[in-house]
Ligand binder design. Sequence first.
Ligand code: AMP
Ligand code: MG
Length: 427
Amino acid sequence: MPQTSDLMPVEEHLAQILDACAALPPRVETVDVVDAHGCVLAQAVTSAIDVPAFASSAMDGYAVRRAETEHARPDEPVLLPVAGDIPAGRTDRLALEPGTTLRIMTGAPVPDGADAIVPVEDTDRGTSTVAVRVAPRPAAHVRPAGDDVRAGQVVLGRGTLVDARVLALLVSLGRPRVDVVRPPRVAVLSTGDELVEPGATAGHGTVVDSNGPMLVAALREHGFAAERVRAVADDEPGFRRRLDEVVAGHDAVITTGGVSAGAYDTVKAVLSASGEVTFRGVAMQPGKPQGFGVLGAPDGRRVPVFTLPGNPVSSMVSYLVFVAPALRLLAGQEAAGLAGVVAVTDEGWRTPVGRTQLARVVLDQRPDGLHARLAGGQGSHMLGALAHADALAVVPAEVGEVQAGTRLTCLLLRPRPAEEVTHDPAR
Ligand code: AMP
Ligand code: MG
């Protein structure tokens, strides 16, 4: 049995990070309403107006007084003179004279006196006189003012993430500015003497900095503002300088590399000596060496710093498990992690006792349910398997060998195909 008692359980490390981040003040700002996209509402939003602002037609047709058309039938149409047209965008107030009709387009204001719209399909489409062939129901195809939102109504709660749909609603309320929590600005700082810049080819003894672009991309996919800082060498004063710079200019910092027990583990050397970051082994594979701390910026802000291990798979898994939920808290959201599904393993594999394994798996939907198999090599440097995986299968710490046919929770790395998530009662 390996010695594992000094490793901290995944949930405990996460809980400590979330506690620390929950205590940090959110970055509340007043922004132009269209710039609220991707932000979280800092206050509930009450509408000052009715939406729609006026009664409008839901169809292209004819505005009528219903009583004048109630006897219309296909074989006995009611004839009405067409007194004019109301296209969408007409802003003057029109009245419908008794015994006439006005041709009206979708979205145009319903004239005073009209109480129903006869769709063009129920007429002969006349332009000087129209034959109404079907009697409209009361208020047919009239969208009343305020039938979407009423003035005074609380429309959106505090904490709502402004996505495309919420943004459309906010804009329709006619408010120019809105108070929001801005998503954190996150710096990604890779460390290692061996690193060469993305775009270069690795030679003997060098490695392309894949962590930097990977984490920036993941941050952006999650709606955070991210900036990659050019990788720094394993040089303590150089790392310190660069770290202080990014702490001064960002709301959170992610470093990768230099946190193990090696002789050149710069991040750990600098930040454990100063006591600003707590380093520990977490009972997880990949991603055992972890560090987290909150540093002070020159302007008094407190900036969480996540020091992730350098192996790319470890970095990514650490980001997904620890960093993304913490950043969501900073962004004013719930600290949600990855969504899970249950799948049955098609094969067995050995896993370390005492560490929760997050195995990279491919999922396959079959008639008897969801199946999982390893996506490829499970080494923490193996980006191939990570790139092809659909999910991270969670193997509990006490398990030493996964048997084929085991049900495992699989944390989704990408959305499932629609046919697999659609509920089909015929099945
Ligand atoms: P470290 O955590 O610094 O001991 O690095 C562990 C392993 O990850 C080593 O093989 C490094 O070369 C590799 N590594 C560290 N940083 C990166 C990076 N930014 N991109 C790709 N591989 C890295
Ligand atoms: Mg290193």
